[in-house]
Design a protein around this ligand. Structure first.
Ligand code: PHE
Length: 411
């Protein structure tokens, strides 16, 4: 069909008078296209990127329409299929007389300097689209028409579709993603606590002020309840600012004894910058039983840190304050890079801060329906994002949330 390229042109005006049939209309587009590719863009009066876009859109549409028509028309037999598919391929991709080589010669090559980038881009897109006109693949899509005598056979009415796919052809490979670094760290932490017999518990990200604040002994006047810090959906509903409300929910659901970790997304009204994001992730730990003491907190967190960062890791607890724990502490671990000597990763301090912890406040146990005279517990909450940044030496927290494959595929 390559040489039929010009021969196929109907004589001018032949279809213009009567209503054109779809096939004729199609041919009209074909004709126009063939005429157009014989001229340069300048000759076609195309002198700005928008017109280039339109022209190429028209070409792409023509290609898709021709392919669709080919498939819809069906073929008489296997040989006919191949012939039809090959004809379409040649028409577009034929080395010398294919439409694409004309477009390259007449549109792209002589294009004006300032138009060239947009023509180049559009041409590449078209090439990618045309690359799909691979003969075998195309042929496989063309159904073979049922022979007429089939109408009398007992199987009449059963549509004869394309032959069974050739299972020896290579399949389409979809690129596999990778585990997001936040998820990766989350899972590492989960593994350690699962090994200690903790279970994973989750809760809602849209939370009531009761669970997010009141039940956690956070008074009405506490600054964290301010709408400067918290996203309020209405006066009594917030985007949870930490994973701690799940402590209460889990106590109410399971009672004591209770050993859980709570991974999850949290929200605070921080402006995004290299170290802040209005959306971030926490991992909460909670152990409630008879005779749980501060020694359990220390021992468990020390074991956890060593499993997470290596046997030589040391832990440090410094006094702190949270309304829902008493006493409260901040947990830091010796830097896994310099082992405490001081380096860039730990900002010369030798320590990396992981989060807050403490003994569960009796009021909090009570809110969870657990008797503080019988049970006691410890809890901790750590930020996953900051830790992942330290672990993987990532300078900007925003990278976690931009979904840039070039970043994500490194994990
Ligand atoms: N919820 C606290 C925060 O977001 C962390 C924390 C959890 C502290 C559990 C103590 C106990 O900062």
């Amino acid at each position: 069909m390559a040489e039929g390229f010009v021969a196929a042109l109907p004589s001018a005006g032949s279809t213009a008078v009567q209503e054109a049939s779809p096939a004729e209309r199609q041919q009209e587009i074909v004709m126009k296209l063939e005429e157009k590719v014989a001229l340069t863009l300048d000759q076609l009066g195309i002198r700005d990127p928008a017109s280039v876009q339109r022209l190429f859109a028209e070409v792409r549409e023509a290609l898709l329409a021709e392919r669709q028509q080919l498939v819809a028309g069906g073929a008489a037999d296997e040989a006919d299929r191949i012939r039809l598919a090959k004809a379409l391929r040649d028409r577009w991709l034929g080395r010398k007389n294919g439409l694409l080589s004309f477009i390259g010669e007449h549109w792209l090559k002589p294009a004006e300097r300032d138009l060239k980038p947009s023509v180049g881009r559009a041409f590449n897109e078209l090439r990618q689209l045309a690359a799909e006109l691979e003969v075998e693949r195309l042929a496989a899509q063309i159904p073979i028409r049922a022979p007429h005598k089939a109408a009398e056979s007992p199987e009449a009415g059963r549509p004869i579709s394309a032959p069974a796919p050739d299972l020896s052809l290579p399949g389409y490979r979809r690129p596999l993603g990778s585990i997001h670094p936040i998820t990766r760290v989350q899972r590492e932490i989960e593994e350690i606590f699962l090994g200690l017999g903790y279970r994973i518990e989750t809760g809602p990200e849209i939370e009531s002020t009761y669970y997010n604040f009141d039940a956690l002994n956070i008074p009405e006047s506490h600054p964290s309840r301010d709408d400067v810090d918290t996203f309020y959906l209405d006066a009594r509903t917030v985007l949870r600012t930490h994973t701690s409300p799940v402590q209460i929910r889990a106590m109410q659901k399971f009672g004591a004894p209770l050993y859980i970790i709570i991974p999850g997304t949290c929200y605070r009204r921080d402006n995004p910058d290299a170290t802040h994001s209005p959306m971030f992730h926490q991992m909460e730990g909670l152990a409630i039983d008879e005779d749980i003491t501060f020694a359990d907190l220390k021992g468990t967190l020390d074991y956890f840190a060593k499993r997470l960062l290596g046997e030589r890791t040391r832990t440090r607890l410094t006094p702190s304050f949270f309304p829902f724990t008493e006493p409260s502490g901040e947990l830091a671990v010796s830097c896994f890079l310099c082992e405490g000597k001081g380096c860039r990763t730990c900002k010369q301090s030798g320590w990396i801060e992981l989060g807050g912890c403490g003994m569960v406040h009796p009021e909090v146990l009570r809110a969870g329906g657990i008797d503080p005279d019988r049970y006691s517990g410890w809890a901790f909450g750590m930020g996953i994002d900051r830790f992942a940044m330290t672990k993987y030496d990532i300078g900007d927290i925003q990278l976690f949330f931009q979904s840039d494959v070039r970043f994500l595929e490194q994990f």
